[in-house]
Design a protein around this ligand. Sequence first.
Ligand code: ZN
Length: 476
Amino acid sequence: MELLDRLFLGTTVVLLSLAGCDSGEIGRDELDLVISGSRIMDPESGLDAVMNLGIKEGKIKIITDQDLSGKNFIDGSGLVLAPGFIDLHEHAQSDEGYRLMVRDGVTTALELEVGTRDVSSWYDQRRGGQVVNYGVSVGHIPVRMAVMGDEGSFLPTGVGGSAIATDEQIAEMILMLEQGLSQGAVAMGFGMAYTPGATYEEFRSMLEVAASARVSSHIHIRGGVEGVRRTIDIAAEVGAPLHVVHANSSGGEEIADFLAVIEQAVSLGQDVSTEVYPYGAGMTEIGSALFDDWETYTDSQFAMHQWVATGERLNRDNFEIYRETGGKVIIHGRSEEATQIGVTHPLAMIASDGFVEEGRGHPRTTGTFSKVLGQYVRDQGSLSLMEGIKKMTLMPAQRLERTVSQMQGKGRIRLGADADLVVFDPSEIRDRSTYEDGMIPSTGVEYVVVNGRVVVNRGELVEGVLAGSAVRGELY
Ligand SMILES: [Zn+2]
């Protein structure tokens, strides 16, 4: 049955390509790039067949079982050709970060949880191209920090997190969020766990902005299963599209119940989605509100924390010192069973929550996507390859495409779509980064194409090709 489907779909696409762009008229060398002989997998159409693909001017021009020629050629035999991976939760928005994540197959990296308060400047800083496509949300956290006068650099370390906002301050936040959307923010971001002073009433006021613009709100909830239920209820009341970030981290060992709450809302027709990263440890700022109760920790609780800069495990003494100086800490402790439930849940997209600074970071920054395809798809057989690909391509594209029309051309392999593509070896793909060294590139990602240009060639980054462009929201 499955084979029959494949053959049928393969045939359909050949006919489409012949009819759609009249391959007989594609002259020799007219195509910019040809990838031949790959197993092309597209989660939107269900296409799963060995075919040839031709690219012209950054777009997919032809998919066929006929031979193709072009100015450049990749022999993709034995490899899988899939849409490039779209990461909805990526804090490593720097050249250093982009260079690492592209070797994990990422072609579009979006910072949608924390976001920025100055959307125009954020895009201006990246003008002229980056290794991968990039985009940002306007974030309630940085907006709140600006309005309240918090001194933290990335997350609140003072009043921006802990203080209750006045009506005037809330009105100011609303204005800044609206301004960010008008400057092309891709979404709105929230981190309720980092802003304990923000009441649910404040949150409701912010979500009303998202609801009227119909943009996706990417939220780090607080309070586990009860918290996600309450958050979903408020989003339903105001009619805001909601995306719950890292269900694995926010749900913890109760992830099955956590996901059941989301599943129920979806079954009732609410616009809610979620994502996970495939690791049992998290990472965040040691100075953030998540650790406000650190003085009550037991020795074993301290030892669950690992200092990113040195790799050392923490105790009461050095925790106190680092809490003062600030920096990133990895938090161990979730079971593999919980991670497995998250990764394999049909509603869960894959998103890295990556971050890197001066060569240090969590392994999820470099290994998220290849870990899912290597460990959960190939080694464990917990997901089919098509399901795995769908979670990192089509599903994130669909999350945003209603208000970010550029996303309609990403996350799928079809004629006219953006040529953002990854070519990987399904028998070799594997993450290699560890908690001690989070910067080791994955293996098995052989080629990555961004907007039609080859940025990873035979597993190595091609220097100087800044093919990625800005992804911006519709209100811009
Ligand atoms: Zn995050």
